[in-house]
Every structure is written in structure tokens, then in C-alpha cells.
Write a protein of this length. Structure first.
Length: 140
């Protein structure tokens, strides 16, 4: 299974919706979040929209467009707690634990648009989701 493919998304949804330890840690996560992954293999940009209900993934949508797409210009949108934008290679480093998202943001490799107070209030759930995502074995 390859990172950022539909198969990868489906594996995350399956694990998030069946893992009781994760659900206990992420139970306060009831939000919508979107991510733009730029310069993915195949010359595409990917848009992922995650809809969480009490930690479970109620819906996950994955789309792709030829790169560079207009998705790279997405900013804050109040229907989402955040919009993150980053290059595939940098996000792969974060997923492999070679780089933290905070370090990537500090270096300008990853951006987050949204209400930072709301995002910070949900960090426990996001950290649990990040750990769950990192546990999904895949090729990069």
C-alpha cells in the first residue's frame, strides 16, 4: 500500500473506527479538517477531507488534480477547523517520524490555516490521530 493513496485512506478509516484505544484518546475530536498534499507521485496534488465524530472518521474524501492545482491557494475556511498544505516528501518525513509538524512549519515546509485556539484545543485528538496514521504500514 502506498502513502496518500485511497487504499491508505481506507486503512486509516478502518483502524480509526475499530481501535478502542485510539477512540478513547480521540473521543473529543468532532471536527472537519482538510489537507492539501502537493507534488505527489504521478504529478498530482491531493485534497483530503477528514470528518471526525467523537474520534471516529465519519467520512474521508480523497481527490486529486494535476499539479500545480488551485488547491495550493486554499486558506482559512470556517467550515474546517484547519487547512494544512505541504509537499508529499515533507509530509512523508513527518509520517515516518523524521520531522515534526512543528519543525516543518517553522521551516516553511508545511502551513496550517485556521483558528489556532480551536486547533490547539483539539491537539490531544489530533495527536492520537497522527499516531494512528503513523501506525499504518505503507510504502513511500
Amino acid at each position: 500500500m502506498r502513502y496518500q493513496t485511497q487504499e491508505w485512506v481506507d486503512a486509516i478509516v478502518e483502524k480509526a473506527n475499530t481501535d478502542p484505544e485510539y477512540q478513547k484518546k480521540a473521543k473529543t475530536l468532532t471536527v472537519k479538517q482538510r489537507s492539501v498534499i502537493t507534488d505527489a507521485p504521478g504529478g498530482v496534488d491531493i485534497l483530503l477531507i477528514w470528518e471526525f465524530q467523537e474520534g471516529k472518521v465519519a467520512k474521508a474524501t480523497r481527490q486529486e488534480k494535476p499539479a500545480p492545482s488551485e488547491w495550493r491557494n486554499l486558506g482559512r475556511d470556517d467550515q474546517y477547523i484547519s487547512t494544512t498544505i505541504g509537499a508529499y516528501q515533507n509530509l512523508a518525513k513527518i509520517a515516518r517520524g523524521e520531522l515534526t509538524s512543528q519543525a516543518a512549519m517553522a521551516k516553511g515546509l508545511y502551513t496550517l490555516h485556521g483558528d489556532m485556539l480551536k486547533v490547539m484545543a483539539k491537539m490531544g485528538g489530533f495527536n492520537a490521530f497522527g499516531a494512528l496514521v503513523a501506525s499504518i504500514k505503507c510504502d513511500y
